[in-house]
Design a protein around this ligand. Structure first.
Ligand code: PMP
Length: 442
């Protein structure tokens, strides 16, 4: 046994973590089952975040573990270039049969990646390559949005809108951004989609006027921005973005890394909003977080152009060693079965009202300036302490953890996104534990 229960904390360089601060007071998770983690001291922690928005069917699913183990012993790995294996074709076919927007949306071509970040960079590259293949090689510009999060590849941070993730790195040239749609004054405490801000989609017209449509390959947005504070699209916004992008020959990419696989109470956000983009990026819930994997759904039109367009290159010169990894495919296939056997892709819709009531029940507690929910996601926004933005949120996150509830924090917004198996009583427990922590922080 190489594993130790009390490892030294010296060598692991932690991602997105203030390493020194963490190592002074670590939080170490050792086991997980259903809705709960267990930490190294044996304390139970209710999972309010499905890990990192990924463990949609809850932890420790036997069916997924068995499928992975079986596949690893049958064939652990196979090269993914110039050859394949049946399970990757099978998984692509099963995903296509359940593609965002149903069969009529035509998002039935599947490219596998190893993560959300890779899915984003893949989609951006497909969009640019597609434009070239139809003879639109001047379209290399991509448009993102302020407060967008699209992972940490150079493409993703370029179209993303988080200053800390961007500022010390060189970025893709030619990228521009739509304004974000968040308006915590006019839309605060609104239940359902925000009334105000749909017209912000007109920013795309403004950028077309500024740069010329013939320079723009694609626009990418999260239908619901998760990591940057649970920002819901205002009414009509996504529809308008679709209409404007189509009018100008610009591909529309929905980043569904968080919203995919049932988070909103529909299989995808495409289904929730009834707006069909050209490319959809996914990861996380694709394998229930059990193994790293992402996938890009591309429209048949995009795929056909890549194969047969006037300037198509026959192949997309892009792919990963682990594209369609056999064990990840096995995890994904088993995950789809679990989702379907238990109705999890629509479960969030059944409890969304209860969830909304529980979260909005926190209104009136100290320092809360907005509460936003959709499906099984919530963002509880707190006012920032004048001396230290983010400190209030961080303190609440730590306090919740110490009391046995895992939440996410981004700035001073607490984000919740429990596994889709969450029971109503557990929702009430989450709301009450979070409420107590908010009171203590005041
Ligand atoms: N896109 C979105 C919308 C995300 O929320 C995330 C991760 N939270 C990513 C991309 C990046 O995914 P990963 O961390 O798997 O690279």
């Amino acid at each position: 046994m190489l594993m130790s229960n009390t490892p030294s904390l010296e060598n692991y360089w932690m991602p997105f973590t203030a390493n020194r601060q963490f190592k002074a007071a670590p939080r170490l998770l050792a086991a997980a089952k259903g809705m709960y983690y267990t930490d190294v001291d044996g304390a139970q922690v209710l999972d309010g975040t499905a890990g990192l928005w990924c463990v949609n069917a809850g932890h420790g699913r036997q069916k997924i573990a068995d499928a992975v183990a079986r596949q690893l012993m049958t064939m652990d790995y196979a090269p993914s270039f110039q050859m394949g294996h049946p399970i990757v074709f099978d998984f692509a076919q099963k995903l296509a049969a359940r593609a965002p927007g149903g069969q009529e949306a035509g998002l039935t071509k599947v490219f596998f990646t190893g993560s959300g970040s890779e899915s984003v960079d893949t989609a951006l590259k497909i969009a640019i390559a597609y434009q070239r293949s139809i003879g639109q090689g001047t379209r290399t510009r991509v448009i993102g949005r302020e407060r967008g999060y699209h992972g940490v590849g150079f493409g993703g941070i370029s179209v993303g809108g988080l200053v800390n993730n961007r500022r010390v790195f060189p970025l893709l040239p030619g990228v521009d951004h739509l304004r974000h749609t968040h308006d915590a004054v006019r839309n605060s405490f609104v239940k359902g989609l925000p009334e105000h801000g749909g017209d912000l989609a007109e920013d795309l017209e403004r950028l077309v006027a500024l740069h010329g449509a013939e320079t723009i390959a694609a626009v990418i947005v999260e239908p619901v921005a998760g990591s940057t504070g649970v920002l819901l699209p205002p009414k009509g916004y996504l529809e308008r973005l679709r209409a404007i992008s189509k009018k100008h020959g610009i591909l529309l990419i929905f980043d569904e890394v968080i919203t995919g696989f049932g988070r909103l109470g529909t299989p995808f956000a495409v289904d929730y909003f009834g707006v069909v983009p050209d490319l959809v990026t996914t990861a996380k819930g694709l394998t229930n977080g059990a193994l790293p994997m992402g996938a890009v759904f591309a429209s048949e039109a995009v795929y056909e152009a890549m194969m047969n367009g006037p300037e198509s290159q026959i192949e997309l010169f892009h792919g990963y060693t682990y594209s369609g990894h056999p064990a990840a495919c096995a995890a994904g296939l088993a995950t789809l079965e679990v989702y379907e056997e238990e109705g999890l892709l629509t479960r969030a819709a059944d409890v969304a009202d209860h969830w909304q009531d529980a979260m909005h029940g926190l209104k009136g507690l100290p320092n809360i300036v907005d509460i936003r929910t959709i499906g099984l996601v919530a963002g509880i926004e707190l006012s920032s302490r004048p001396d230290a933005a983010g400190a209030r949120g961080y303190d609440i996150f730590v306090d919740c953890f110490n009391k046995g509830l895992l939440v996410r924090v981004t700035g001073d917004t607490i984000a919740l996104s429990p596994p889709l198996i969450v029971e109503r009583e557990q929702i009430d427990i989450m709301a009450s534990m979070l409420g107590e922590a908010i009171k203590r922080a005041a």
